[in-house]
Write a protein that binds this ligand. Structure first.
Ligand code: 2RA
Length: 329
């Protein structure tokens, strides 16, 4: 299988290469793609070096699949050109996510929506992916009415520049800033730009993408998304109101039995998920599952995942695996 990774030199791109290797995706030829200034550089994959090429050259090399992680404008420009050449695109940017003609996929949740005709497939936003994986079995069993989520998001979600800003601040070095404010010893209640309704784009991604992936517009979601000086993953405090009555221990069992989820929830031993433990893991971790005592049929929980893995690279590679198993690549 010839695989192009567009944005191969970025944080998510490098994670893609790592995940493709670990999951033994049958890559016979890697086509790393990056901006003109990186063309000619080399990328190491499976013990070999592969030359970085331009998007144009990559199309002429006819990969079976192209996994994009190079930002929205690159995806808008290039994904249709790859697709027109018959190459299936899995796109990690927000460019196509809410396009009604494109599927937005978390394989465990709505992989069944995919068909052989889908040539540009959108990978959801990191903070949405980890939440919907948990919401899906709960919705099936208790029917979700409303979700209130607050996020605590890792700087790795912004990219290399933000990691450098955090590290520089920690060492007292002044350098280029990824954020408008210091991030070390701080919390920034803004991820992405503000929209007219006073919410940020990241918050509205959580609202809109959740409905699309869950295929249910009746689920009400409200979000506050926050950047914190952490590296290993995104954390989320999630309050979920159901239509039907539930039982906390039943939820623990249900989530423990759901592929891709690990329940870490033992208050007597101070056991709960933390980003430092989720780091470099593919699973989504859930803990602090407890009844919301202020209203009926409502539960609180804490959801943590490595945003570069299940929130980005792993989910994209899982989509590729799904297509490959169907022989659609
Ligand atoms: C973030 N959601 O963490 C972004 C990355 N896709 O900023």
């Amino acid at each position: 299988m010839k695989v192009a990774v567009v944005g191969a030199t970025g944080l998510v791109g490098s994670k893609m290469l790592q995940v493709l290797t670990e999951r033994n995706f049958p890559v016979t030829e890697l086509i790393p793609v990056a901006s003109e200034k990186s063309v000619g550089k080399e990328v190491t994959f499976k013990g070999k070096t592969w030359k970085v090429v331009s998007a144009d050259t990559a199309i002429s090399m006819k990969p079976n699949v192209a996994i994009f992680s190079a930002g929205g404008s690159t995806s808008l420009e290039w994904a249709p050109k790859f697709a027109a050449a018959g190459i299936t695109v899995i796109d990690n940017s927000s460019a196509w996510r809410m396009d009604p003609s494109k599927k937005l996929v978390v394989p465990e949740v709505n992989g069944d929506a995919l068909t052989q005709e889908d040539k540009i497939i959108a990978n959801p936003n990191c903070s949405t992916i980890q939440m919907v994986l948990v919401l899906k079995p709960l919705h099936e069993k208790y029917k979700i009415k409303r979700v209130v989520v607050s996020t605590y998001q890792s700087v790795t979600g912004t990219g290399v520049k933000a990691v450098t800003q955090l590290m520089n601040e920690r060492q007292g070095i002044s350098g280029e800033m990824a954020y408008a404010y210091p991030i070390d010893l701080n919390v920034i209640p803004q991820i992405d730009v503000f929209l007219d309704n006073g919410y940020t784009k990241e918050e509205m991604k959580m609202v809109n993408e959740t409905k699309k992936i869950m295929r249910d517009d009746t689920i009400r979601v409200t979000a506050t998304t926050v950047r914190i000086p952490v590296m290993g993953g995104h954390s989320e405090s999630v309050n979920i109101e159901f239509e039907n009555e539930y039982d906390v221990s039943e939820i623990r069992t249900l989530l423990s039995q759901t592929p891709g989820i690990i329940v870490v929830d033992d208050p007597s031993k101070a056991q709960y998920p933390m980003p430092k433990d989720a780091h470099d893991k593919d699973e989504v971790f859930v803990g602090r599952i407890r009844r919301d005592e202020t209203q009926p049929k409502t539960v609180n929980m804490w959801i943590v995942a490595d945003n570069l893995r299940k929130g980005a690279a792993t989910n994209a590679v899982q989509i590729a695996e799904f297509l490959q198993e169907k022989n659609w690549l």
